[in-house]
Each structure stands twice: as C-alpha cells, then as structure tokens.
Design a protein around this ligand. Structure first.
Ligand code: AMP
Length: 179
C-alpha cells in the first residue's frame, strides 16, 4: 500500500493551503477531515448534524465519528494520501494503525500561537471567531500536541518551520518529504 502522510499543525498553520499544493505538485490525494465535516454539514447528513455543535464551539468532533468517516473515504482512494488535520488525537493515530494504515511520515507545520491568532482573524470562516480560535488553540495544545511525541518516538516526525510566506513553507515541506 502507498504510504500515507499526515500534516499536523495548529489551526491557521496553513495545512489546507499546503495540502492543496502538495496534491497538485506531488500527486498526493489530500484528504481533510475538517473539509469532510464541513461538507457533511452542508449536505445535511447525520454526520454533519452530529458534528456541528462541536465544530462551532471549537472542540474536536468525537473520535469515533471522525475515524469512521475518514476511513470510509480513504477506502475509495487509490495512490498516496495526504491527511490534512487527521489525526488530531493519539487515539485517532492508534485507530488509523489498527485499520492497517501505517504512516510514512508526520509533517508538523510549526507556528507560534501569536501568529495563529493574527492569521486566522483575517480568514472569515464560521469557526474563526476570536473566542472559538482561542478554544481551538487550547484544544490543539491539550489533545493534538501529544502526537508530536508520539510520532517522534516512532521516528516519523518531521518538523517544518511554518512562518513566512506560503511559498517558503511549501519548499520546506518538499524538502522534509524528500529527506
Ligand atoms: P480544520 O478544517 O482542520 O481546521 O477543522 C475544523 C474543525 O473540524 C475542527 O475545529 C474540529 O471541530 C473538526 N475536526 C477536523 N478534523 C478533526 C479530527 N481529526 N478530529 C476531530 N475533529 C476534527
């Protein structure tokens, strides 16, 4: 099976932007759980209804819901997959492995909190209200950051400086993927 790559980073670190570019240039299929959930809401599916409250509060959607939805979508894909915004918890990482998806690398886009807040305030997405952004950052540090140690211990973590313009970050990601 083709290696799966995960893109980790706080909200506003540019995961979506960077995933789209890696998809275009390196032939990955990018799969964003945030996008998948927003689409489910727009379609009015049961998943979308179940996820809405969590998303609007800046909380994580429960692991079971996200893992099932992601896995269903992954089954439909061929070729190398780039996960954008998944896993967000150690238990999601374990669920991915339990379902036979081994990661080739976890790329962390490293951006300080102050930069996150500044960047997100210009984005205009529904869950980008200042209160919600603060909550998403808190949740990131509490629930998602433990993945840095998790993948570090497994020799899969590659940390990339996420500051500066998107072109510069893209180049660093390409180097990290090649290395
Ligand atoms: P994102 O587009 O990655 O910023 O995600 C937007 C929102 O979707 C997050 O704030 C969460 O509420 C939810 N979400 C996205 N991915 C996950 C995930 N892997 N686990 C739990 N919730 C998620």
């Amino acid at each position: 099976m083709e290696p799966t790559i995960a893109l980790l980073g706080p909200p506003g670190s540019g995961k979506g932007t960077q995933a789209a570019r890696l998809e275009d240039e390196l032939g990955y299929t990018a799969l964003s759980t945030g996008q998948l959930l927003r689409q489910a809401r727009a379609d009015g599916t049961e998943l979308g209804e179940q996820a809405a409250g969590y998303m609007d509060r800046g909380e994580l959607v429960p692991d079971g819901l996200v893992v099932d939805a992601l896995y269903d979508r992954m089954q439909e894909l061929e070729g190398p997959v780039l996960l954008d915004g998944f896993p967000r918890t150690v238990s999601q990482a374990e669920a991915l492995e339990a379902r036979g998806r081994k990661l080739g690398a976890a790329l962390l886009i490293d951006v300080p909190d102050a930069v996150v807040v500044e960047r997100i305030s210009g984005r205009g997405r529904e869950d980008d209200q200042p209160e919600t952004v603060r909550e998403r950052l808190r949740v990131y540090h509490r629930d998602t950051e433990p993945l840095v140690a998790y993948y570090g211990e497994r020799g899969l973590l590659r940390r990339v400086d996420g500051s500066g313009d998107p072109d510069a970050v893209h180049e660093r990601l390409r180097e990290a993927l090649a290395g």
